[in-house]
Design a protein around this ligand. Structure first.
Ligand code: NAP
Ligand code: GDD
Length: 347
């Protein structure tokens, strides 16, 4: 079974997620939101959040030879799925022209850092220029829409200060990080050039049972489940010393929404303000099922990156102050939630 198929099964069963409250007040007209990347981890949580708030949700899906609806299968009768691709200007403009959305969330990207070294040009097309294409679509077809760009802590890369905040200089360490820096600045530029309500959310790593299997948190939770069930004897990983600020994706999509409800468009750093190593992740995940990770984890050079981001730690003070946003799920809760979901999923 392909990684994509297996990861997508994650939208079923095992996930215990705090319920979002209903949002749009009585008598207010329904808002429309366009989400690119709706089939991805964040897209699926954001669609749920916006539906709960009473939005009409239009999800942009690219054409593939098989459907990629596994994470949003449970939402398909409640959202409108429309075809478009970040590579294709006309398709994006048509979506914005037809939907006339109040809000546009650009979550689509080539989002896996290692792939950005093997496919740097495609990563630039999707993750960098794709942002300009969507901004052009908004500018030309419906400039009153509010625009959210999914920027990344990966832009801080070889961080010049810790913790990282909105004013910390960027020093990307991968073609993905470089592409995200472009996406960030073109968003700022369209805000300043054309007066668009465009914001860049600089989000630190966020995970869930719906995370793709190739990312380290899910690779570990899935690996633990496979070992417990006798399907694997070991788990091969790369740099165990890397440190990240890991939060729960369900919490982070709420921050995206809050950014677009503010009186003025501004950029925000979103993270927990807590940092853990990959080693800590192994400790919690294996410890949750009573195993000692040292007996199972092997370091494999094929998973070590040509240039590493050693540590990322958010200073989320601005988001807390202006958006009233705080994470609800702790690191331990996140990791054990993911392990439990992977254990439940495998018979
Ligand atoms: P993800 O699970 O990898 O989802 C990416 C989405 O982009 C998928 O729906 C994918 O569609 C879509 N996509 C890729 N190329 C496309 C194209 N050419 N045209 C249209 N759609 C395309 O990513 P995620 O974790 O949800 O992250 C969402 C966004 O936040 C991404 O931009 C990511 O870079 C950014 N971000 C993520 C994190 C994090 O920790 N998760 C942190 C900071 C920023 P398919 O289903 O067809 O592949
Ligand atoms: N994927 C992976 N696989 N990572 C490993 C492994 C392994 O076997 N072993 C160690 N790591 C380390 C990586 O070297 C990295 O330092 C860290 O674990 C996290 O890797 P990922 O989970 O792949 O995430 P990422 O930090 O590279 O990127 C994610 O977060 C960014 C925000 O900072 C992605 O979601 C990006 O799209 C996002 O922008």
């Amino acid at each position: 079974m392909s990684a994509k198929r297996r990861s997508s099964a994650s939208s079923r069963g095992g996930e215990k997620r705090p319920k979002a409250k209903r949002g749009l007040g009585q008598g207010q007209p329904r808002k429309t939101a366009v989400i690119t990347g709706v089939t991805g981890q964040d897209g699926s949580y954001l669609a749920e959040l916006l539906l709960d708030k009473g939005y009409d949700v239009v999800g942009v899906v690219r054409r593939t030879s098989h459907d990629s609806y596994e994470r949003i299968g449970h939402l398909l009768d409640r959202i409108r799925v429309v075809p478009a691709d970040l590579l294709d200007q006309h398709s994006l403009t048509a979506v914005i022209r037809d939907a006339k959305p109040d809000e546009v969330y650009n979550l689509a990207a080539q989002s896996f850092v290692p792939t950005s070294w093997t496919q740097p040009v495609l990563t630039g097309e999707f993750t960098a220029l794709g942002v300009t294409r969507l901004l052009e679509a908004v500018r030309l077809a419906h400039p009153q829409a509010r625009f959210y760009q999914a920027s990344s802590s990966e832009m801080f890369g070889k961080a010049t200060e810790t913790p990282q905040r909105e004013t910390t200089p960027f020093y990307p360490r991968s073609p993905y990080g470089v592409a995200k820096v472009y996406g960030h600045w073109i968003t700022v530029n369209y805000r300043e050039s054309y007066g668009l309500y465009a914001v860049s959310g600089i989000l630190f790593n966020h995970e869930s049972p719906r995370r793709g299997l190739e990312f380290v948190t899910r690779k570990i939770s899935d690996g633990v489940a496979r070992i417990v069930q006798g399907k694997a004897k070991e788990l091969r990983l790369g740099n165990l010393d890397a440190r990240r600020d890991w939060g729960y994706a369900g919490d982070y999509v709420d921050a995206m929404w809050r950014m677009l409800q503010q009186p003025t468009p501004e950029d925000y750093v979103i993270g927990t303000g807590e940092m853990h190593s990959v080693r800590d992740l192994c400790d919690v995940a294996f410890g949750h099922v009573g195993l000692d990770w040292r007996k199972y984890v092997k370091v494999d050079p094929q998973f070590v990156r040509p240039a590493e981001v050693d540590l990322l730690l958010a200073d989320p003070a601005k988001g807390r102050r202006k958006l009233g946003w705080t994470p609800r799920v702790s690191f331990e809760q996140l990791v054990t939630m993911m392990v439990d979901a992977d254990l439940e999923r495998r018979p």
